[in-house]
Ligand binder design. Structure first.
Ligand SMILES: C[S@@+](CC[C@H](N)C(=O)[O-])C[C@H]1O[C@@H](n2cnc3c(N)ncnc32)[C@H](O)[C@@H]1O
Length: 251
């Protein structure tokens, strides 16, 4: 489906604007993305751009997750308007959060050694914008991304102070004033060993790419060996420290 067709079909549906829709659409087309995850469906506008681009690539899977529907067009209606309902899996979490759903996905795709099989070539995170929820979520998303996949975060500048959403209890003044998504990008993603390329668009969207190397492959035995080496180093260091103390006492 062409960009102009999807943009015209969903004209006026909040939240994403046409410019960001274009950025998403072009990224999916140019990177040949097939499997997409979105966290934060709302009325279904952004997922329409994602699904239209995946369809134009020849097809794939588009999964979008949210917890409840507030007033305004339902995502099913928006996707229906664009003729894209068939190609999208709408996951509705009634009593929890996508961070818990992500945990279950990681567990379902992991072997006994904790190697997680990547499932997605792209993820858009545009949900709670909260440090505690999205900070955990990006770490879980990293496990579900295939090598070379990009993660895009909307609203780097979002803060509780500037938002009308209900605040969780017991937030400090600093937590209310600080843009949480920017902190997630700077403190968790930029130093994360799996992410090797970063981009910021207009100061509001942060993009991080998972290294295009081979996926992590460790066996339980390798993990034990690694722990064994570390344990032996610690024992040797403790022994050296005891000897040094004894020598000092005998002087
Ligand atoms: C800004 S809206 C998403 C807008 C959408 N991506 C678009 O541009 O069309 C954020 C959505 O995230 C959902 N959300 C926020 N926190 C969530 C959580 N912890 N678990 C699941 N959904 C969540 C909200 O219900 C809301 O629909």
């Amino acid at each position: 489906m062409r960009f102009g067709d999807v943009a015209d079909a969903i004209e006026g549906v909040p939240f994403i604007d046409r410019w960001h829709g274009r950025a998403l659409y072009d990224h999916i087309r140019e990177s040949g993305v097939r499997d997409v995850l979105e966290l934060g469906t709302a009325h279904g506008a952004s997922v329409c751009y994602l699904a239209a681009a995946v369809a134009a690539n020849g097809g794939g899977t588009v999964t979008t997750v949210d917890r409840y529907h507030f007033a305004g067009p339902a995502p099913e209606d928006t996707l229906g308007r664009a003729g894209l309902l068939e190609g999208v899996e709408l996951v509705r979490i009634e009593h929890s959060s996508y961070s818990w759903w992500l945990k279950n996905e990681v567990q379902a795709r992991s072997d006994a050694s904790g190697n997680c099989e990547g499932a997605y070539d792209f993820c858009l995170l545009d949900g709670s914008h909260d440090w505690h929820i999205d900070g955990l979520s990006v770490l879980l998303v990293e496990r579900l991304l295939r090598p070379g996949a990009w993660l895009a975060l909307d609203d780097l500048d979002w803060s509780y102070e500037r938002s009308a959403v209900q605040r969780p209890p017991n937030l400090s003044a600093e937590e209310i004033a600080t843009p949480h998504v920017q902190e997630i990008f700077d403190v968790l993603l930029r130093p994360h060993p799996s992410f090797t390329q970063f981009r910021v668009d207009h100061g509001t969207w942060g993009w991080a790419q998972k290294a295009p190397d081979l996926p992590r492959r460790l066996t339980v035995q390798e993990l034990r060996v690694e722990r064994g080496i570390l344990a032996q180093r610690a024992i040797r260091a403790a022994r050296r420290a005891r000897v040094a103390v004894r020598r000092r006492r005998s002087v």
